[in-house]
Design a protein around this ligand. Structure first.
Ligand SMILES: [Zn+2]
Length: 841
């Protein structure tokens, strides 16, 4: 498959938060910055584990202050994180965070690289991390990144000497970076890579320390820093009108899904680096000491350096195009370089600078943002030179091989617009993140094509190349085909142009729970991605389940239109679970994928093609009580999940918490981190306790111990800790096997702790008063047993339950045991009440 190379290149021009997907239109002073950068031939690779681990102050300083090629290698795409802006989790969150990193790099001037490592969730120790990741594959990918990027300096965010003191992914990133420093230079390591890259020896490696490794800013200020290199990062860039920390803050604020909005600072400030490998710089103030970062480092580069220095010094801010003839001369000399690494990078940078100097704008816009393989799409093309520099558009070559001869002079500010069409060959791959195309493991994405490994995005296959002749030299400007519209509110909106299957389908609910043997109707939504679609749909289902009707016809006339079909599903008599997939038959083809759209203003529109599967679960569950009041916290889908198994769940706003409201419910459940995020609860705690005292049942889900809005979380003393059990398979011991919560109405056994996902739970209390009964004990490998995951206390006539178990993660995955246990929590006390009533009778 043709994979254009241009996506590997530096974003040479900066883009302050406009819409992320708009083409860059640099100002005169930004062009001057880019010319200065043409004269610097040094590189820095920053290494950490997650999107948001990176130090944007240092990245921005290296890219904008030093003007080095600077990249951030994030080993993972952050799938395991939280999402503060929408419902996407796991692989879809990884897609969002990948795009947020690209926006961050557009702002701070860096590049972005990845490995195949998957962020599988919290890990306490690098031994565990490296056992779940494929250690050798991730090391191979770090070596690959180093051999491709060829950094002079590698900087680790984390300390390789501190296993167990931070996230296992963090320490692993530093350990692998240290090993890769040597392996990248060793011919015997990963020799297969050497077909397309050379070995590379970086000069030195640093650990970028921070006050948080010392516990506090005061301790860090007082610490001995004789072995640290202090780097001034508080610089002000007049060309950009911003201080370095202001740019870093804008970049940091791109991590919107993590809520990492950041306010910039001004004034002198330092980052500290400790040498961990390689030769120490003799000059304490220059980490590039001893590395030739001028054009002299490349054979044949000296005259290029002389020319580009001249361009830099004689740059006319009012007329950047005056620099073009000299830039073309430099471009010609670069074509003669033997060093293909710098030749490729600097050719692309020079082309971009020349286009920017001329205000040259070329673009190919498709009539729609979607097309299917084996179709034709109309294109609108535009080319304009907005300078006095003579140039001509010689031809345009489209990715289907079409060559449009033009030989038109691009005269000053004269727009050339014309129409054409492009064929999307039947062999074109669907647009989707390449790392999600095949099913990987818990710890690794599966990517077979070595040339894709490390790339932030799937390279676009449908492209147009504008050949422009300037001063006798032909420069090829290759652009992906785009789509754009005018939005009445937002103005010009760009969308990527994507190749999609003829049809996609999904079941409306990702998980469908059957609390009994009653049949349910489920909706299948079929979307046509071309006109005049006809065929039929079947539903693949697990053994023992029945689906009616067996098949249904579809006929959709318009592209983009949906048709919804209703199937009736009858669950088996006993507990059972499995997957259901809509299979859409069109002619001889069967389509089984769904298209997920991710649409946020701060990142480009994303389409992700995933296997279309919904989980169906037949629970063996008994319930007491029907009406549940839910007090929302930081956001979870627990209310929807409880509705699925037949409870009536009403959301109670904090201002409505009073005895009258509470008494309408059989139980009150408090959402995750409510006591961290809902200020108003501080005035309502006593009313909740009174509700319990008078016979109510209150269930509080996990909170973190920092920043609680109440002094007293429970009617009796209870202290939260940072105890968590991250291994979702860890053994669970039932401590009090006769307690009603473990027996009524469902008998809880080991089987109920099978099939849990991501973790058991977090922020368990580690101290509690004697009124509480702990019910479960569990722990991660090599740790002491933790007994605070589920605590129950009788208070007056009612019950108070505190739990750090991750029901909010287990419910959306349809984990049967989690539902059975929660049904018991909701039922606590109901048995005794019933007994009392019977006695009175
Ligand atoms: Zn991290």
């Amino acid at each position: 498959m043709f994979r254009p190379y241009f996506f590997l290149f530096i974003i040479l021009f900066y883009c302050f938060p406009a819409q992320a997907q708009h083409p860059k239109k640099p100002t005169s002073s930004e062009i001057h910055q880019a010319i200065e950068k043409l004269n610097f031939l040094g590189s820095v690779l920053y290494v950490a584990a997650h999107p948001d681990d990176e130090n944007t102050r240092l990245i921005s300083h290296m890219a904008n202050g030093v003007k080095a090629r600077t990249a951030y290698l994030s080993l993972t795409r952050g799938d395991g994180g939280q999402n503060l802006i929408g419902p996407e989790l796991k692989e879809l969150l990884g897609v969002i965070r990948t795009q947020e990193l690209l926006v961050a790099r557009q702002i701070d001037g860096g590049e972005q690289l990845f490995t195949r490592a998957d962020d599988f969730g919290y890990s306490k120790h690098p031994d565990e991390t490296l056992a779940i990741w494929n250690e050798n594959e991730v090391l191979s990918d770090v070596v690959w990144a180093i051999r491709k990027f060829q950094p002079d300096i590698i900087i680790n965010r984390f300390d390789h000497r501190s296993p167990g003191t931070t996230h296992g992914h963090h320490t692993s990133s530093a350990l692998l970076s240290m090993e890769a420093f040597d392996s990248a230079a060793d011919k015997s390591k990963f020799p297969n890579q050497l077909k397309s890259v050379d070995v590379w020896q970086a000069k030195r490696e640093f650990f970028n320390t921070s006050w948080w490794f010392y516990g506090s800013k005061e301790k860090f200020d007082a610490a001995d820093k004789t072995n640290q290199y202090a780097v001034e990062v508080g610089d002000f860039y007049p060309a950009l009108g911003l201080s370095n920390p202001e740019i870093a803050a804008l970049s940091r604020s791109a991590h919107k899904s993590q809520g990492f909005g950041n306010t910039g600072t001004r004034g002198s400030d330092f980052e500290y680096l400790e040498l961990v490998k390689g030769e120490a710089p003799k000059d304490k103030n220059n980490i590039f000491e001893g590395i030739d970062t001028s054009w002299n480092r490349v054979k044949g580069g000296k005259p290029i350096g002389v020319l580009l220095k001249e361009v830099q010094y004689h740059y006319n801010f009012k007329n950047p195009s005056a620099s073009i003839p000299k830039l073309i001369e430099a471009y010609r000399l670069v074509q003669k370089l033997e060093n293909s690494h710098w030749k490729t990078i600097k050719s692309e940078d020079l082309k971009n600078v020349i286009a920017a100097c001329a205000g040259l704008f070329v673009e190919a816009v498709a009539e729609s943002n979607l097309a299917t393989p084996n179709s034709n799409i109309k294109l609108k093309l535009e080319a304009i030179n907005r300078s006095a520099q003579n140039m001509a558009l010689t031809s345009i070559v489209l990715s289907d091989g079409t060559r449009i001869e033009k030989n038109t002079d691009l005269k000053f500010n004269e727009s050339h617009r014309f129409e054409s069409q492009i064929n999307i060959p039947s062999t074109t791959s669907y647009s989707t993140p390449y790392w999600l195309e095949s099913k990987g493991t818990l710890g690794m994405y599966k990517v077979d094509d070595q040339s894709l490994i490390g790339l932030p995005e799937t390279p676009k296959e449908i492209i147009a190349t504008f050949n422009v002749s300037i001063e006798g030299e032909t420069l090829a400007y290759t652009k992906p085909i785009v789509y754009k519209t005018n939005d009445p509110v937002k103005g010009e909106v760009y969308k990527p142009f994507e190749i999609v299957p003829e049809v996609s389908a999904h079941i409306a609910e990702p998980v469908i729970i059957f609390a009994d043997d009653q049949q349910k109707d489920i909706q299948v939504v079929v979307k046509a991605n071309r006109t005049n679609l006809e065929g039929f749909v079947q539903l693949a289902h697990p053994k023992g389940w029945q689906v009616y009707p067996e098949k249904q016809n579809i006929a959709i006339s318009n592209k983009g239109e949906e048709q919804t079909l209703t199937f009736t599903v009858i669950p088996p008599k006993n507990q059972s679970e499995g997957l259901m997939t809509p299979m859409v038959h069109i002619g001889n083809d069967i389509f089984t994928k769904k298209l997920v759209e991710i649409n946020y203003d701060h990142i480009p529109f994303q389409m992700v093609l995933l296997p279309s599967e919904s989980k169906v679960v037949r629970l063996d569950i008994k319930k007491k009580g029907e009406n549940i009041g839910y007090i929302e916290g930081a956001g979870d889908v627990v209310p929807e999940s409880l509705r699925q198994i037949g409870y009536n769940v009403a959301i109670i706003k904090p201002e409505d918490i009073n005895a009258e409201t509470l008494n309408r419910f059989d139980a009150i459940v408090v959402g995750i981190r409510a006591y961290n995020t809902v200020d108003a609860l501080k005035f309502k705690q006593q009313q909740l306790f009174d509700f319990v005292e008078q016979g109510g049942n209150l269930i509080v889900q996990y909170n973190t111990n920092g920043g609680l809005v109440v002094e007293q979380l429970a009617p009796y003393p209870l202290e939260l800790s940072r105890d968590r059990v991250t291994d979702e398979h860890s053994k669970v011991v039932l401590l009090n096997t006769t307690h009603e919560l473990l027996n009524y109405p469902n008998k809880i056994t080991q089987k109920d702790f099978e099939g849990w996902v991501q973790e058991r739970g977090l922020y368990f209390p580690d101290k509690w008063s004697k009124e509480f009964t702990p019910l479960l004990s569990m722990h991660d490998k090599n740790e002491s047993p933790k007994e605070g995951s589920l605590l129950v206390a009788k208070h007056g006539k009612g019950h108070y339950i505190y739990t750090g178990l991750s029901f909010f993660r287990e419910f959306p995955e349809g984990v049967a045991g989690a539902y059975r246990l929660f049904a018991n929590m909701l039922s606590v006390g109901k048995e005794t009440i019933k007994a009392d009533v019977q006695l009175k009778d």
